[in-house]
Design a protein. Structure first.
Ligand code: 8Y4
Length: 280
């Protein structure tokens, strides 16, 4: 299956890696914006050489407790990066934003994919997405980033994630977004306990295969709290979760550590080619 976002194609007949571009929160305290732009370009090039097919650029941290970033500040941070990367790199450029103006401006600047943790629920977002011709990742989240981990509750986490995403797919189609542009994401860690995250991962097959799945588990609490290890020791666990998700049909894996994840995915996928009894 090949997806096209604003003219740029991605072949999902095998799993692909979305590399997370570093954006230090205190971005400009240690240097000029020019310096930051150079660092971002260097990191992105490195991820592409290591096997990333998509670079995800975000200007606001969505971690619980992270500071809110104004629309203007987010634009100032990411637009120059989107412009540079979309011109210089032969990969898909994704913008991690829920802000309508940022979506529109990022697409004008060259982005090919809108990665929206709010699944186009902000006012005007459906229209901005429909007008953009970009690919759209619709993600599930319970609550708001600042408070979502306080007490997540579900009667059935898989059923609720599925129902929410179905509703957002319907809203997207109604707004004129083509079905071929849509990617879905269960939103690991977004308003979910560690147990709920594992139930979601273990039962991913139940979410169906009508649209390609993107998943992000890299370095998250579901790895760290389960293994009881700090963020810099979560690579092996993150890779195991990613491979499990791929075995369940996930096609885009959002990660910090591109090179080791790429190696793991390639070996996993190569072996799977020889499996005689395909489950799907
Ligand atoms: C350590 C490192 C601990 C990172 C937590 C985190 C997703 C996403 C994020 C995701 C999609 C994060 C923007 C959270 N996660 N977009 N964004 N799917 N589509 N936390 O799972 O990485 S940010």
């Amino acid at each position: 299956m090949i997806l096209t976002g604003r003219g740029r194609k991605i072949d999902l007949s095998q799993p692909r890696i979305m590399g997370i571009l570093n954006f230090t929160p205190d971005s400009f305290s240690d240097g000029s914006r020019f310096n930051q732009l150079d660092k971002a370009l260097f990191h992105a090039e490195e991820m592409v050489n290591d096997g990333a097919a998509i670079i995800d650029i975000g200007g606001e941290s969505t971690r619980p407790g992270a500071a809110y970033v104004s629309e203007q500040e987010e634009l100032d941070r990411i637009i120059p990066v989107v412009e540079q990367l979309s011109q210089k790199l032969d990969v898909m450029i994704s913008v991690d934003t829920y802000k309508t103006v940022v979506m529109a401006e990022a697409c004008k600047a060259g982005a090919h994919l809108i990665n929206d943790i709010k699944a186009l629920q902000e006012p005007g977002a459906l229209k901005a997405a429909a007008d953009s011709d970009a690919l759209i990742c619709l993600m599930h989240m319970q609550g708001e980033p600042r408070t979502m981990q306080q007490q997540p509750e579900y009667s059935d986490v898989v059923q609720e994630v599925s129902a929410f995403l179905n509703e957002r797919v319907r809203a997207s189609l109604k707004a004129g977004i083509e079905a071929e542009k849509l990617i879905l994401d269960p939103g690991f860690g977004f308003g979910k306990t560690v147990a709920q995250n594992y139930e979601l991962l273990g039962r991913m097959e139940e979410l169906g295969h009508a649209f390609p799945w993107l998943i992000g588990v890299s370095r998250k609490s579901m790895i760290g709290n389960f293994l009881n290890c700090p963020v810099n020791e979560r690579l092996a666990g993150s890779i195991a979760a990613a491979l499990y998700a791929v075995s369940q049909g996930a096609r885009i894996i959002r990660v910090h550590d591109v090179q080791p994840t790429s190696d793991a995915l390639r070996v996993f996928w190569h072996a799977q080619q020889f499996q005689r009894l395909q489950t799907k």
